[in-house]
Design a binder for this molecule. Structure first.
Ligand code: SPD
Length: 291
């Protein structure tokens, strides 16, 4: 059946668990098979343009802000001086767009394995990808895991804006990668990494927060709401060598940025670490709120 007559995009990522997700589309804007994956950009009826990698929704113009704001601003507002930032993945540009709002960010490296994702997002998703033109940004089209090993003690913050662990991103969910991130950070550095939905992926979250507990002084998990992701929510593993996301949080910088943001607020910064009992009891982290 041609895409024109089909008129619906169906994400079957969760089909083995008896769930799929369908979105009405107006058109397929572009499809390209890169060295790594199938890249598709759709024009959807309800959510604007949408980036899909190997059949999995990465972002839509309509709700990408809640994912990108929360992966970037929670760590950026926790660190008192986030000058050197590394983003792994994130080839659509949404995460670096948010990092670049911070005047403290002097150098922003982005390591995206698939240069064709960047190329097509620059062409079709300018509200996210325009950030690649900022002079503070350097793009590396390399394997993020290898990139990290060559840069000990370099970064204040590392953000891992990856796809799911079934993709070229699987290596980004390994313990070795968490150790390598720790080594690539400065002595007071911290990380936030895409870490799935507590409704659907408790096993992944338990494993990844286990690495954070083992290798970092301040481990945590926080989440946001993204209607076009499986179960409508997605979380992040937070791990820090020194700074505490609540105790060291000073809301002044965040308040000054409020007019630019759609989702992130100082209240949400704190509330995002408050977890439902079933996942709190499963991952057994020290509570970060009311410490
Ligand atoms: N299940 C999809 C999770 C995708 C998370 N990363 C998306 C990349 C957006 N910059």
């Amino acid at each position: 059946m041609s895409i024109e007559s089909q008129l619906w995009f169906e994400e079957i990522l969760e089909i083995a668990n008896g769930r799929t997700f369908k979105i009405k589309i107006n058109d397929l804007v572009e499809r390209f098979d890169s060295r790594f994956q199938r890249i598709e950009i759709y024009d959807t009826k309800p959510f604007g343009r949408m980036l899909v990698l190997d059949g999995v929704i990465m972002c839509t113009e309509w709700d990408e802000h809640s994912y990108h704001e929360m992966i970037a601003h929670v760590p950026m507002f926790t660190h008192p001086k986030p000058e050197n930032v590394l983003v792994i993945g994130g080839g659509d540009g949404g995460t670096i767009r948010e990092v670049l709002r911070h005047p403290e960010a002097k150098r922003v490296d982005i390591c995206e394995i698939d240069g064709d994702v960047v190329r097509l997002c620059k062409k079709h998703l300018p509200t996210m990808s325009a950030s690649f033109d900022d002079p503070r940004v350097t793009l590396y089209t390399e394997d993020g895991a290898k990139f990290m090993k060559d840069r000990p003690g370099t970064y204040d913050i590392i953000l891992v804006d990856s796809s799911d662990p079934i993709s070229p991103a699987a290596v980004l969910f390994s313990e070795e990668f968490y150790v390598d991130m720790k080594n690539a950070l400065k002595d007071d550095g911290l990380i936030a990494t895409q870490c799935e939905s507590f409704f659907y992926h408790g096993d992944i979250i338990e494993r990844i927060t286990g690495y954070a507990k083992k290798h970092f002084a301040v481990p945590g998990y926080y989440y946001t709401v993204v209607p076009t992701y499986p179960s409508g929510i997605i979380g992040y593993c937070f791990a820090s060598k020194k700074y505490h996301p609540i105790k060291d949080y000073r809301a002044e910088r965040a308040l000054a940025m409020q007019g630019q943001l759609k989702y992130y607020t100082p209240d949400l910064h704190r509330a995002a670490f408050a977890l439902p009992g079933f996942i709190r009891d499963r991952i057994k982290l020290q509570p970060l709120i009311n410490p």
